[in-house]
Design a protein around this ligand. Structure first.
Ligand SMILES: [Zn+2]
Ligand SMILES: [Zn+2]
Length: 331
């Protein structure tokens, strides 16, 4: 099959690879659209190790091409998306319902072959049929939407509340969109003006570069702060500027240390928690329902598309960090 092979840092070659074997309980998918995610970029740049040659990609919408033995609910031709993280299901964490942080989870395009190829396989339990009314572009952006929605639902934010979102990358933008759709007022912060404009288009009421966040959030009555930028400095901003009795939800994956003043957090009753991907299966089911009902339109985060043959260029553009979601047309 045709596949985009990462043969070394920043080196993509369109070549041939053996199709992934189709095991019992698995589904083979012919990708139609795929999305580029920050995880793809860090592996592409060599910041995360990969067993070269490696097939990247985990945000995929496509059609079922074949089903393995024992797969009852899906048929060849079904329009599907993949929930691309597979908790082992057996370890103590999985048994406690904490599969999102299972140390043995399989992840498409991270420690298992990805979707930037003619065929990809996934366990049927993690393949979701998409309702007819959901467009291909909305379908392929449901995976990052689910990450954002899970983060939002970790907080107590609801209709009429005010939330602040730091970092208007794809997850931040989808969080702005989800919170605004829920009836919350959203303040969005990013250093890049163009991203602030995207946030405004996704429903943010106030946008800024994050200057005087403490004063602004206090005046505006922010009760939850979502850190989606994933840098040490922005985590410190969230923890130092969060108003009294607010919640801070960390979604960004900063590899830099961040400091905080414990006395302030304790005395002012600030709750800090993390949000890692999503819980299987309820979060994906809920995200699909909210898109199917028309409440959420995650494709609004898409700013560019490239053909499959130009995946290398698409990854280079994505790595510059100026775009929203970049899609790859796989057919
Ligand atoms: Zn991702
Ligand atoms: Zn597990």
């Amino acid at each position: 099959m045709k596949a985009a092979l990462l043969v070394g840092p920043e080196k993509i070659e369109i070549g041939e690879a053996d199709p992934p074997p189709l095991g019992d309980g698995e589904v083979r998918i012919r990708p139609v659209l795929a999305g580029i995610c920050g995880t793809d970029i860090s592996i592409y740049l060599g910041h995360r190790p990969a067993p070269y040659p490696f097939i990247l990609g985990h945000e995929v919408m496509g059609r079922v091409a074949a089903v393995g033995a024992g797969v009852g609910a899906l048929r060849v031709g079904d329009r599907v998306i993949v929930e691309p993280n597979y908790p082992c299901g057996e370890c103590p964490l999985c048994r406690r319902g904490r599969g999102a942080v299972c140390a043995r989870k399989g992840s498409m395009g991270v420690n298992l072959p990805g979707c930037f190829s003619e065929y990809a396989t996934a366990p049927a339990e993690f393949v979701w049929r998409i309702p007819d009314g959901v467009s291909d572009r909305d379908a392929v952006t449901i995976e990052p939407l689910t990450v954002a929605l899970h983060g939002l639902l970790q907080s107590g934010i609801g209709k009429g509340d005010t939330a602040a979102v730091i970092g208007c990358g794809v997850i931040g933008l989808l969080l702005v969109h989800s919170a605004a759709a829920m009836g919350a007022r959203v303040l969005a912060h990013d250093r890049i003006e163009h991203k602030r404009e995207l946030a405004r288009a996704m429903g943010a009421a106030i946008v800024s570069g994050g200057e005087d966040a403490a004063g602004l959030w206090e005046r505006e009555g922010v009760t939850a702060v979502f850190e989606c930028a994933g840098a040490g400095a922005t985590v410190e901003l969230a923890l130092s500027a969060a108003p009294r009795a607010s919640e801070v939800i960390l979604l960004g994956l900063s590899a830099e240390p961040a400091g905080f003043l414990p006395m302030r957090l304790v005395r002012e009753g600030i709750q800090v928690r993390t949000s890692m991907i999503y819980d299987h299966p309820e979060d994906f089911g809920q995200a699909i329902d909210r898109v199917a009902s028309g409440e959420l339109e995650p494709a609004r985060v898409v700013t560019r598309s490239f053909p499959f043959e130009s995946l290398g260029e698409a990854l280079r553009v994505a790595a510059l960090g100026n775009e929203g979601k970049i899609l790859i047309a796989m057919e």
